[in-house]
Write a protein that binds this ligand. Structure first.
Ligand code: IPD
Ligand code: CA
Ligand code: CA
Ligand code: CA
Length: 267
């Protein structure tokens, strides 16, 4: 993608994110419909749906040849990453949105021929935008994020994970995860994969590990983390696949080897 077009798309995408974010903030105390999806704790609201619809409409009006992948189904069914693809999570952290009225984000990753060009993660209630363009670095609002620290060790790391990983688990050896909780400086679980990626990019946590994320959960985040020198992969070390669900490890590369050799053992 050429730089001028990327800049134009970036401008549109950020203005739509600010618009959508303001609308979500306006509805935060309203009574909105809450439904469940795969189970009683898998929530979705009419705000998730209307936000995704808003993005789909803006993108289709402005860039009719672009493709859209969105969690709530207002995008396209895609089988490959040809052309320009917007991968959108209208609200990442719906449980936080409903229960806490904070700690959720809008996440948009924009790919051209399978390469991540623009990553945007908007912490809606704090009005903070994490953004990245390929090769141009990552930003928190207008402040450039420095490259991730070279001084981090496993022992001084904060590791974010889904708390279920440390419980009896079908996908990963939970005893090794428990050891990771003990050996690292601390463990955290924020409940928004997109924010966890943004925090890795910001260097305020050093890794995020989880066993099942959809492309809209990590598409923007992997672009951000990449711009500060961090890495994102499946937990079996394979590259992530943007067309399906993945296990995910994203981290400061100083601790990748320790995490993989000592603590991540898939079942
Ligand atoms: C969820 C959040 C959560 C993660 C789940 C995701 P949603 O996204 O990112 O932190 O553990 O795997 O599905 O459903 O709130 O957009
Ligand atoms: Ca969801
Ligand atoms: Ca999500
Ligand atoms: Ca969502």
């Amino acid at each position: 993608m050429n730089t001028a077009l990327r800049q134009e798309i970036y401008k549109h995408a950020t203005s739509w994110i600010y618009e959508a974010g303001a609308s979500i903030r306006n509805q935060i105390d309203d009574q909105y419909q809450i439904d469940t999806k795969s189970n009683a704790n898998d929530l979705v609201t009419e705000v998730d749906r209307s936000t995704e619809q808003y993005f789909a409409q803006q993108i289709r009006n402005t860039y009719p040849d672009h493709k859209i992948v969105g969690e709530e189904g207002y995008g396209d069914k895609i089988e490959n990453l040809d052309g320009t693809v917007w991968i959108i999570d209208p609200i990442d952290g719906t449980m936080n949105f409903v229960h806490q009225k904070r700690n959720f984000a809008i996440s948009i990753g924009i790919f051209f021929e399978g390469v991540g060009e623009i990553g945007l993660i908007y912490n809606v209630m704090e009005d903070v935008l994490y953004s990245a363009k390929r090769g141009e670095g990552a930003f928190k609002d207008d402040k450039r994020l420095p490259s991730l620290s070279k001084d981090v060790t496993l022992e001084t790391s904060i590791i974010a994970m889904n708390s279920s990983l440390a419980c009896k688990n079908q996908r990963i050896n939970e005893q090794k995860v428990q050891q990771l909780v003990l050996d690292s400086r601390g463990a955290r679980s924020y409940g928004s994969a997109a924010l966890e990626f943004a925090f890795v990019a910001e260097g305020i946590i050093d890794a995020y590990l989880t066993m099942r994320l959809a492309p809209w959960d990590f598409a923007a985040g992997m672009i951000l983390v990449n711009e500060v020198g961090g890495v994102t992969m499946q937990a079996n070390q394979q590259p992530v696949n943007l067309l399906e669900k993945n296990t995910i490890l994203t981290c400061n590369n100083q601790i990748t080897e320790r995490l993989l050799s000592d603590y991540i053992e898939l079942k």
